[in-house]
Design a protein around this ligand. Sequence first.
Ligand code: HEM
Length: 408
Amino acid sequence: MKLDDVINTPGFAADPFPIYRRLQDEDPVQWSEKWNCWVVTRYDDVRTCLQDAKRFSNVGRITGLFHRLFSADQLAQLQPLIDHYAHGLINIDPPGHTRIRRLLHEVFRPSTIGRYRDMVQDFVAEVLAVALPTGKLTVVRDLAHPLPVHVIARLFGVPVVDVQLFAAWSAGIVRFMQSPNPGFELCMQSQQSLLELRAYLQKGIVARRAAPRDDLLSLIVHARSAGDALTEDEILGTAVTILLGGHETTTRLLTTTLLELSRHPDQQARLRAEPGLMENAVEEFLRFAGPFHRDQRVAAVDTTVGGKSVRRGDFILMLLAAANRDPRQFPEPDKFDLARDPNRHVAFGFGPHICLGAPLARLEMQIAVNSILAATRTFRTADQPIDWEFGFLRGPQELCLELTGIKP
Ligand code: HEM
């Protein structure tokens, strides 16, 4: 089967998994003309590409797109966006990448992140205090979108009044990434959001250099390892990556998880009866409902993937969500089983670039789902069709939940 024949069909966005399975079985490393890249779907191949930075590079994974799509004049106008994506954690390989990760090690330790537990708990409690009396929760608008923005803004020590600015910049920047062939205007708009965010963060960095505060931005600014420190540009690049990486992903994971718990009342009931299952359950949310569908690398050498010859400079798209449903790795992969063990999913990636914010994402998920379960006897989706947003991330645009048996 040809992926290009189904890529833009509504059915693909609503349920891409049968297509992923056919690709895995029939042509697991397939060239897509529409996306202009190799599409890799099997678990083992995806892990190999994620792990082997010498053959599959992060350099040029985003800037290469601009060079492919735009004229010299357009590229000149997009120079700030190109410069941003030429540097920083997610756009470089070891050993430069290893150096930055080493410096950020302390910042994202689970013990550091655990300090934010109460803040997450309080935020979810406030949302539920408004939603519970109505018996309805408009998930994206009231919880899944504002929660991670609020958390990250607070991690960065941003005043509550500025939180909406963060939300708008973050949505503005990722817009161009949601399409494999974004137009010039869209990229210019993303660039504008990026420049505004960088200017805002720059002021915060100057302030924290002068006087550190009890926030994550201070930890990044003052991170030291063996006499080494991040440059101003690296701090900015990292801060932007954290904002983008930590926001849109968590929004979609939480929304899709609540949808799946509604679609699987037996699993919802099981989690209510066995709250100790929550840590395990979050791993299954990530495997089954993980939002990060398309991750990208560039072939650094002529090589092979899954037996196919790949040329140096070719783009390689790894379908993480397909790998997470590969029957070669997961028994009964389409079964939503909160007790699944082992569960070595790749929803957070794998190898050198594995998600830095995973402890925070897990914490937010545990608290949000647990709080909703604790406050209700059951919840289910209101009887409405779901519009799926499906770019490199996938998730419902909105989800309305009916909450019943509200507990006092
Ligand atoms: C459900 C939530 C999340 C998902 C599914 C997710 C997924 C991922 C994936 C797949 C990668 C690897 C990308 C690659 O190898 O190309 C990644 C990297 C990253 N994530 Fe997350 N992420 C989530 C939440 C977060 C949060 C909450 C933060 C920070 C607050 C964060 C920060 C980062 C950073 C900084 C990187 C880059 C790491 C590197 O390049 O070394 N993520 N994430």
